[in-house]
Design a protein around this ligand. Sequence first.
Ligand SMILES: C[S@@+](CC[C@H](N)C(=O)[O-])C[C@H]1O[C@@H](n2cnc3c(N)ncnc32)[C@H](O)[C@@H]1O
Length: 349
Amino acid sequence: MRQETFPQSGPEIATVLELRDSSCARDLYIAAVSWLDLFTAIDEQPTRLSDLCIAFDLQERPARTMLRLFESWDLLVRSGEQYVVTPQARRYLSRRSDENVVSYIATMKYKSSVREMYEVLRKGQSDTWHVERTGTTSWDDLMQTDDFATLNTQGMEERGRIFAPSLAELLDCSTDRQLLDIGGGSGVYCAHLLKRFPSLEAIVIERSPVDELARACLTQRGLLGNRASVLAGDMFVDPFPESASLHLYSHVLHNWSPAKVQYLLNKSHQHLPAGGRVAVYSCHPDDRNGRPAPAKEAEYSVLLTASYEGLCYSVSDMEAMFAKAGFVDLSYRRSICNRSLLTASKPAS
Ligand SMILES: C[S@@+](CC[C@H](N)C(=O)[O-])C[C@H]1O[C@@H](n2cnc3c(N)ncnc32)[C@H](O)[C@@H]1O
């Protein structure tokens, strides 16, 4: 088959992906300025996350994502637990300033995607997955229907073709015999790991109908039946096989609430052998030592917060959850396009 060649002009892949991944962040900004008049309020009274949630009747998860976004954009700074407006935010976004443009921004407050972000702040959910004639708007339910699961798995497969080679560079599996790829989608990540580590085998756990799509993709890659298998199951319900020394969660944990993430990490810890490892590949803003998240990562977190139960868990968030599950030796490595790999080990004895 003839390979198409493209001239080298236009945006790089990082930008092509970011244009999608940052799509909710600006609507959240307009919602905060217009529906909450947030910067006037914080200019009048610096605030903590918990007080903000009470004052504006907001859910904690989206409110946290919002504050992290504005910190990353240099509109707020943290002083201990309190958030304070920066001089430029005071100048342009607080009604106490003669130069403010709050009403100008608020002219967009009735745009449907802005109202949707306001709903997310107040109720913790949105109508992102409004698929005609399905009778459900839950991503989790839709992923168990054929058309939606096929579109999403194809999407994850395409993204995986970009990211999986980087994961395979970062995640050393030379001492592992078997990998468990939990919520592995098409299996593209484990396929790249199998290519790099010839003695590695893999099991993908996926729910129906994605399990069938994973089988088809792994067959096309010549891996099904010899080095890879697919287990149809629910990661929240069914036991994990005990044979793997490494559990991979690629772009899985960020879909779920902290309680469900903690449940999965506890479950991995329980089913891994002593010395086994868990690897989490996603976008993890590095907020250690009080650093604000990089802007692109905070923006992607808005999309995840608005569309799923989770968010981009920061390195500190994950550190705390790993430790609670009993994992030690956390390692953080940056990948491409704002992604990163976190690994942690179950103590050897
Ligand atoms: C965002 S996709 C990530 C897929 C792949 N790991 C990747 O990085 O592209 C999340 C995957 O988790 C799977 N999933 C969701 N809930 C699950 C469950 N309860 N048990 C097993 N898999 C589940 C979905 O079917 C989906 O393929």
